[in-house]
Design a protein around this ligand. Sequence first.
Ligand code: SF4
Length: 310
Amino acid sequence: MNPYYTEYSEYLQRLFPGQKVQKLSINTAAGCPNRDGTIGTGGCIYCDNRSFTPAYCRPSLSVAMQIQRGKEFFINKYQRMKYLAYFQSFTSTYLPTGNGVEKLLRMYAEALSEKNVVGLVIGTRPDCVPDSLLSGLASINASGTPVIMEYGAESSHNRTLSLINRGHTWQQVEDAVHRTNDAGISCGLHLIAGLPGEDDEAVLQTVYRACTLPVDSLKIHQLQVIRDTRLHRMLVAGEIKVKEYTLEEYVCLCAGIVKIVPRSIAIERFVSQSPPQMVISPRWGVKNYQFSAMLQKFLASENNRAFKSV
Ligand code: SF4
């Protein structure tokens, strides 16, 4: 067991005892209200969905077909693997035309009818979860198939959220988390460290605020400047500044984060790694498991130093 924080795998073990589970990304061709004018235009300034959509998931394929492709992709890793259908791309719960909620629930049913799919993970914006959707998901959850909601919160500072053009506030994050919790559904938050105008203290404040909410997991990663995004253009034009963390500085920040997060909340990741040809900065080239090992080594050496000085 990790002595410093609860790993996401431990959390999954609690939800799926005795099973090894793997997320399979599904792209439903959902749009984003922060791009089409419903909430905003242009999207979040750092967004480039290509940077986090796996090659095997193509929206032109049915949900079932994408699951088949995903399974083929992972088949050699572990033969008895079970799967979580991961609705992730863009704002996955945003289907503005027609009976959006009914369509979504049909897609979830299609995913769950596939062999060895044992749960749902749904990533979305906190302002795109109507109660009717939560109620449908609560029924699935109550029937014994775990559902996990993941909300992109990014920061607890409304000034930052406005600067990055998120189109929602921290209060909307709190509202979504409470409604999800009231529906009996597990919930995680996605946070970004190093957003424009934020220092370490601002990041730690966000983590602290997130931990006061009824959440089960946090997914944290460094801000990546992706080529040709609005963020990239703003940086080049000198309209905005971001703190460029060295890897060592980021390890220190994450050591501070770990000390805030209670054992009841799992940490899924600390770094994100987009395809190198798309990344302007930071170019650490470190995978999440490598970073976790570095962080644990750092925390162990910190403990040793503290012990010796007593
Ligand atoms: S990050 Fe998500 S919410 Fe923001 S523009 Fe991209 S898809 Fe939309």
